[in-house]
Design a protein around this ligand. Structure first.
Ligand SMILES: [Zn+2]
Length: 446
């Protein structure tokens, strides 16, 4: 089956930033087989794009899907106080709640044009099984790709950590469960729908030994490594007190700087840290809205990009960014870069590239993030006849600057996940109802 998407503005996000103002994409067996603007190739089916913008499916590099159950809490808190309020609430998570939460966050992301989602789940209360499996099932049903993580916390408050003791696990149990999930769920290779990453939570909730053992495990299996880093000034002070060094020095110490690692936030980096990230190939998940919501600061993304650091975008969990809209995050990346560095600090196309190609690179994926021959047929189709794009002669810049938008069509591996602005395989209102029933179990109460 050869399907041709024709008559649209194709943004390939290839190395040269090629765009075809009146172009087409040919899809065959779930892969892009050609892109261009010359004479249309033969196809079994031709879909008229009617002047829509087509981008690669967006790639999310940081989320906590379970947090859709606990939005709009701790509204004026900084990170540590926000966490102290929410850890005990998250302790109620089980597989049913996780499934409902994941369906919600994944559906929101799909409707914002996102085809590949990384989720950082690190809350594993004793005796609750099937949490990672629940979110993987939700992703499979909706039709998006997921990189799920076996996160972890093993440094409780009585040992100098931030999380309550009842939420931390034993190191051996973490490693054994990670091995189990890798053997049961991880798909290696081109076009993987489900992958597993190894993701201890943060310097203030994980022991040095678990950081080291996690890296060893990941490297034995060739899996990517992820953690939170340098999110707040309080975290820097905490690291100085506990480890006598900055978060990046600590990360270097535990063998975590490298091309198989990416870190969320990375706001409080020194100029030398930025150089170290570039030299070692360490990636960054930039979570602009969450960082603003928690008043944590703004990451030096212009400097990181100029240093050649791999940078992707993340919506982050829904308790610190109540909206899982990745195209909106593309616009936020542009706005915060300009707020920090002036109007030339980031172009619309650079921001879009962070949300596509950048994200793929951060996740270690060379099969998604661009529209080129042989890549997965993950396409986001954006209508240009909508109210907010009228008068925008440059529809690509218009799309970013007037975000958010609901995607018109989202194709993942050649199959429709969203069509006509609606989920193809699920009913978003049913998802919302089911999720509210679960969220009530986490309510603070009268
Ligand atoms: Zn996070």
């Amino acid at each position: 089956m050869r399907r041709l998407y024709a008559g649209g503005w194709i943004v390939t996000c290839d190395d040269g930033g090629t765009e075809h103002a009146n172009g087409w994409v040919l899809v065959e067996d779930g892969l892009v087989s050609a892109v261009g603007d010359a004479e249309e190739p033969e196809a079994d089916e031709r879909l008229d794009l009617a002047g829509a913008v087509v981008t690669p499916g967006l790639v999310n590099t940081h989320h906590h899907l379970c947090q859709t159950l606990t939005r709009a809490r701790a509204q004026e808190s900084d990170l540590f106080n926000w966490l102290r309020e929410l850890y005990p609430v998250w302790a109620g998570i089980d597989a049913d709640a996780q499934y409902a939460a994941a369906r919600t966050g994944l559906a929101e992301l799909a409707l914002s044009g996102c085809s590949t989602v990384f989720d950082h789940h690190y809350v594993f209360p004793e005796g609750r099984t099937g949490l990672v499996e629940a979110e993987v099932q939700a992703a499979r049903e909706l039709g998006v790709r997921i990189v799920a993580s076996r996160g972890s916390m093993d440094l409780g408050v009585s040992d100098g950590g931030l999380p309550p003791d009842e939420l931390v696990e034993k190191l051996d149990a973490v490693l054994a469960d990670t091995e189990r999930l890798v053997s049961e769920l991880h798909e290696p290779g081109h076009g993987a729908r489900v992958q597993i990453a190894v993701a201890p939570c943060s310097p203030f909730s994980v022991t040095r030994r678990l950081m080291e053992e996690s890296a060893a495990l990941a490297r034995r299996h060739g899996l990517p490594l992820h953690t939170h880093l340098a999110e707040t000034v309080e975290e820097n002070a905490y690291c100085m007190e506990l480890y006598g060094c900055t978060p990046v020095e600590y990360l270097t110490d535990v063998g975590w700087l490298g091309g198989d690692v990416w870190c969320a936030h990375c706001i409080h980096l020194s100029p030398d840290d930025v150089i170290d990230f570039g030299a070692t190939g360490t990636g960054v998940a930039h979570c602009a809205t969450s960082n603003l919501r928690l008043g944590a600061g703004i990451a030096p993304v212009r400097e990181l990009v100029d240093e050649g650091v791999r940078v992707g975008l993340g919506v982050d969990g829904s308790a610190s960014n109540e909206r899982s809209d990745l195209l909106f995050e593309v616009k936020q990346a542009l706005l915060v870069a300009r707020g920090r560095g002036g109007p030339a600090a980031m172009t619309a196309r650079e921001a879009l590239r962070l949300g596509t190609r950048g994200g793929a690179s951060v996740l270690g994926r060379d099969d998604v993030g661009s529209l080129e021959e042989g890549k997965c047929a993950d396409l986001a189709v954006w209508r240009t006849d909508v109210l907010e794009l009228g008068g925008a002669e440059d529809p690509v810049a218009g799309l970013v600057l007037s975000a958010p938008h609901r995607v018109d069509r989202l194709v993942v591996g050649g199959e429709d996940v969203v069509r006509g602005g609606a989920l193809v395989r699920a009913d978003e209102y049913e998802i919302a109802r089911t999720q509210r029933a679960q969220a009530r179990r986490f309510a603070a109460g009268p």
